[in-house]
Design a protein around this ligand. Structure first.
Ligand code: AMP
Ligand code: TRP
Length: 331
């Protein structure tokens, strides 16, 4: 059976972008067709300025939301990254495989480090090495496929490069994985700024739909989405980023085709109303299940404990093999 791995960072409340770009496919497809692992990658949340109590809270919330969205602990392995030592162990080995040049070329590093410097903050070394830890997450499990949104494509490419390089230099150790992306909504854009990604760690929330937003808040955010000049509803990412984003969201929620949908609306107002309804309906069951699950934290703890135990057992042999291949004396 195929091995699938993906992760989500507890750096903010989860968004519609996370859901349509990643989680929904994990739930509806991936956990049924493969041996899948999903991780709340908390170590990745420490790469930028953070509040320890908030990271803890968000980690629990992310795990709860993944279950609420429909991950079934009987079908897949759900765990918290820091509960499994193998990630950090393998990350160091891969740091000895990667070069500083290739890490400095990562788009996300360039953007985030520039942002931090711009606001007078120092840049943590872990922000640079972050893609190596991500590679370790993936390679530790012999992963074949990594279902992610578009923004992670470059990181998965790096993971492939590191796997190939390590295998060539030290003998076959790692499966070379590939990224998969959803057919639509692989990059959901901010409703107020449709040229930038809807990201959970952004400051202003007006253009971001959070999975736990109330229905009327969701509706308001969608109805106030920035549209484009021009009147007809057309699918064109470059010329009509606002409307195109709404069409993509609608297509993802309704399993439709964004270009075909464009032909069915004669005004922005009518389109927005449909999008608002569709998003509210998609999120309703998630919010309801989240409320029920959040009332029983000991259940979540138990799922995460079992998940970590299973993940440890899966990662250990591969990471041990990498230690041995690279020249470390067995303990
Ligand atoms: P992150 O929130 O960065 O931990 O991302 C978790 C998953 O959600 C990754 O697979 C991302 O690619 C995906 N994702 C995050 N934001 C978006 C977005 N705006 N559109 C589509 N996918 C997204
Ligand atoms: N870097 C990913 C993101 O920002 C999260 C992540 C960490 C991940 N490790 C992973 C995704 C491994 C897929 C596989 O979204």
């Amino acid at each position: 059976m195929k091995r699938i791995f993906s992760g989500i960072k507890p750096t903010g409340h989860l968004t519609l972008g996370n859901y349509l770009g990643a989680m929904r496919r994990w739930v509806e497809i991936d956990q049924h067709r493969s041996d899948a692992l999903f991780s709340v990658v908390d170590l990745h949340a420490l790469t930028v300025e953070h509040d320890p109590a908030r990271v803890r809270r968000l980690s629990r919330q992310a795990a709860t939301l993944l279950l609420a969205a429909g991950l079934d602990p009987e079908r897949c392995t759900l765990f918290v990254q820091s509960h499994v030592d193998e990630h950090a162990r393998l990350s160091y080995i891969l740091e000895c495989t990667a070069t500083d040049g290739e890490l400095r070329r990562m788009i996300q590093y360039k953007e985030k480090s520039a942002q931090a410097r711009g606001s007078g903050e120092s840049v943590r070394l872990s922000l640079l090495t972050y893609p190596v830890l991500m590679a370790a997450d993936i390679l530790a499990y012999g992963t074949d496929e990594v279902p992610v949104g578009d923004d992670q494509a470059q990181h998965v490419e790096l993971t492939r490069d590191l796997a190939v390089r390590f295998n060539q230099r030290y003998g076959h150790t790692f499966t070379v994985p590939r990224a998969t992306h959803p057919p639509v909504a692989a990059r959901v854009m901010d409703l107020q700024d449709p040229t930038s990604k809807m990201g959970k760690s952004h400051e202003a929330g007006a253009g971001i739909v959070y999975l736990l937003d109330d229905a009327d808040v969701v509706r308001k955010k969608v109805l106030r989405a920035v549209t484009d000049s021009g009147r007809d509803v057309a699918y064109d990412r470059a010329a009509r980023p606002g409307v195109t984003n709404l069409l993509e969201i609608l297509a993802a929620c309704a399993d439709g085709d964004p270009m075909e949908l464009a032909g069915s609306y004669s005004s922005y107002g009518a389109l927005k109303k449909e999008v608002a309804d569709a998003v509210v309906e998609v999120l309703r069951p998630v919010r309801e299940r989240h409320a029920r699950l959040a009332a029983d934290p000991s259940y979540i703890d138990e799922v995460l404990r079992k998940g970590a135990e299973r993940a440890r057992g899966m990662a250990r042999p591969t990471v041990d093999a990498a230690f041995s291949a690279i020249g470390l004396l067995p303990a």
